[in-house]
Design a binder for this molecule. Sequence first.
Ligand code: BES
Ligand code: ZN
Length: 442
Amino acid sequence: MSPQLAEFFDFLRFPSISTDSRHRDDVRRCAEFLATKCRSMGLRTELHETPGHPILVASSVPKPGRPTVLIYGHYDVQPVDPVSEWDTPPFEPTLVGDKIYARGATDNKGQHFAHLLGVEAALKAHGDLPVNVVFLIEGEEEIGSPNLAPFLANHRELLKCDVCAVSDTGMIGAGIPTMTYGLRGIACLEFKIHGPVRDLHSGVYGGAVPNPATMVSRIIASLHDDEGRIRIPGFYDRVLPLESWEREMWASLPDGDAATLDETGAPGLWGEAGYTSLERRWGRPTAEVNGIGGGYQGEGSKTVIGREAMAKLSFRLVPDQNPQEILELAAAHLKSVCPPSCRIEVELGHWGPAYVMDPHSPYGKAAQRALVRAFSGEPRLIREGGSIPIIQAIKDTLGVDSLLLGLALPDCQIHSPNENFTVTNFEAGIRLNQALLEELAG
Ligand code: BES
Ligand code: ZN
């Protein structure tokens, strides 16, 4: 195994699950590992404390007269459950053929570590870089980056740059240079339905008192009509329609409906009528249930009416929807459909707006040239359905666009069991970083 790969495996061994307070120390140790790595490369490195997890900033020695590139990434990862569905332990990276299996392998440790190693290799070979580089690597992306937006606002000078580069998105297929020019936004909430004051015998009281689990289901069912459109009043008011050039360009990509079926293994497709899978995933807003609970969850049956039930929802948003406004509209809708026989409690969660940039800007074109050097063939321009909440804040606060040059492959299983990253893309990421910095230098 190459020393670079061995180091990457060490990085993957930290269970840096940002959402789980039991892993708080693991998250910190992971940040310290990264900081040590950056210092060993000669970067000016600091771990900045926040009320949550630390933020790493590591800069090359700045030289005047050349552009500064901010490289953003996140060292936190998603939870691993259901852990029984992993074929190998999620924090014991395992190489099978070309694939490295581990939580965070693709999302996002492998992708930003490749950038770090690209910079390290260039510094070793030339003692210098073609541009100034500032790495900004946070530990809270998977929980909505609550502390990074204020950090940007308070460290404008430290983070001053001409453009931002991010590898945290996907490629449409192995070896196909793919540039993402848009991301969906996100807005999360949780609601609870309270019924009787205690769990009840469902025979003695059933039929005469509200069952919170039934009410949660009815409320969830009110979110969509039969055509897959969202029924929250005002939800679509600010939605910008897809441009015809985008619809044409995406229609020329490999069949997205077939790919969606193939990648997910679902028996069929479901979504908003009148749109293809790619349009639904990249350019249309959604309402999703991410979690639902209530009643008896154990083995066998228990004839009970649980006293409460809950659901966790997230909305994926597109330009120009305003996440906070969407949360207000959604909360108002949930309250309006909750029957008077129950009490509803709505807790608003994290959010981040959608993002779009012009892929044909000078930096956008430089990024496409770099992609062609690292892979080959015509670069494909796509939007993505996932969200990186800080990208629009980087635009608003630092005034720069983000070049989204992701290396995630369709079968990389991010957020799922058996997440994996290919050695091929890990090595391509190192080359991509070097080509990108050269192209951005002009
Ligand atoms: N890397 C993903 C975002 C992504 C994945 C973009 C695939 C494009 C294609 C990122 O780590 C992520 O999962 N973001 C979360 C953000 C949320 C928790 C605030 C997401 O999209 O669910
Ligand atoms: Zn993620």
